[in-house]
Design a protein around this ligand. Structure first.
Ligand SMILES: NC(=O)c1ccc[n+]([C@@H]2O[C@H](COP(=O)([O-])OP(=O)(O)OC[C@H]3O[C@@H](n4cnc5c(N)ncnc54)[C@H](O)[C@@H]3O)[C@@H](O)[C@H]2O)c1
Length: 270
């Protein structure tokens, strides 16, 4: 898809990967970029930055876990820039719950609302009009945790697996109607998840045990190049994620044994 002339919505666009994507979509010539974030001030500031560079933009406060709020977000984007061509469900969080089963019922519900169900609320609102026009793009920021379970808490892991399953369902059922779906599944990216706020321009820290730490701008560049190129279902900015996913598919039990050992060693060394 050529992004020039498109109307794009990015959730969680006030910081991190979403903000970098929103800026990158604007640089690619989008006709309008709607930035939504739980923090309305961050959304507004990202929109102002995009407008200052010459692309019309709108900043909207929105909790993507609330289906009515997602409807209002799309209403606002349509009123400002016409039909939504690209919806980027990017908002998400990794809670600080320990990687055990002690997470509360409320914590489970909340992470499912934001990391999984928000993708459903957005698709329910935008896919019918994309199908009518025979054209649309859903970019879902998910995580490597959806493909290869790692040290994350169980709620994060399960919500991301669910989001990937829902994205597969979307492309299998609406791909032939002009709706493209791409799942961005990064590993470590230096964002708010690492305590970085939108104004923090500090250099990339040493990756240490993370293996490879990318900037949100690197991830946004890779993603937009893929969307304007082969439009793949999966975008994996960290190469080792694809390699590990392949090993898992080739021998699931051996992969589980190795990963179990690795997680135990990680826990033992803190
Ligand atoms: N940073 C990483 O290492 C990493 C790795 C894999 C996947 N991801 C995924 O990338 C996506 C973006 O995260 P990030 O790393 O840029 O983090 P981030 O914290 O920098 O940005 C996330 C943004 O989403 C917003 N947000 C959170 N809950 C929201 C809600 N309910 N409604 C609307 N906005 C909300 C936050 O205010 C924030 O601005 C998430 O889905 C995350 O799971 C991140």
């Amino acid at each position: 898809m050529r992004l020039a002339g498109r109307s794009v919505v990015v959730t969680g666009g006030g910081n991190g990967i979403g903000r970098a994507l929103a800026l990158r979509f604007a640089a690619a010539g989008a006709r309008g970029v709607t930035v939504a974030d739980l923090d309305p001030d961050w959304a507004r500031r990202a929109a102002e930055r995009i407008e200052a560079a010459g692309t019309p933009a709108l900043g909207v406060g929105c909790d993507v876990g609330d289906p009515a709020a997602v409807d209002r977000l799309v209403d606002a984007a349509e009123a400002a820039f016409g039909p939504v061509d690209v919806f980027c469900s990017n908002a998400g969080y990794s809670d600080l719950a320990p990687a055990d089963l002690s997470q509360s019922v409320e914590a489970w519900r909340s992470i499912m609302d934001v990391n999984l169900l928000a993708h459903v609320w957005a698709a329910r609102r935008v896919v019918p009009s994309m199908v009518e026009r025979g054209d649309g793009y859903l970019l879902q920021t998910i995580s490597s945790a959806a493909l290869i379970t790692g040290p994350s808490a169980p709620g994060y892991t399960a919500s991301k697996h669910g989001a990937l399953g829902f994205a597969e369902w979307l492309t299998l059922n609406h791909g032939h109607e002009g709706v493209r779906v791409t799942c961005l599944c990064p590993n470590a990216v230096y964002t708010g998840m690492f305590g970085r706020d939108p104004d923090d321009d500090s250099a990339l820290p040493e990756a240490g045990s993370l293996g490879e730490l990318l900037t949100p701008e690197q991830v946004a560049d890779t993603t937009v190049a893929a969307m304007e190129g082969a439009e793949p279902f999966l975008v994996l900015p960290h190469r080792r994620v694809g390699e590990s996913f392949l090993r898992k598919a080739t021998d699931y039990d051996a992969w589980l044994d190795r990963t179990r050992g690795r997680l135990q060693r990680m826990r033992a060394t803190g």
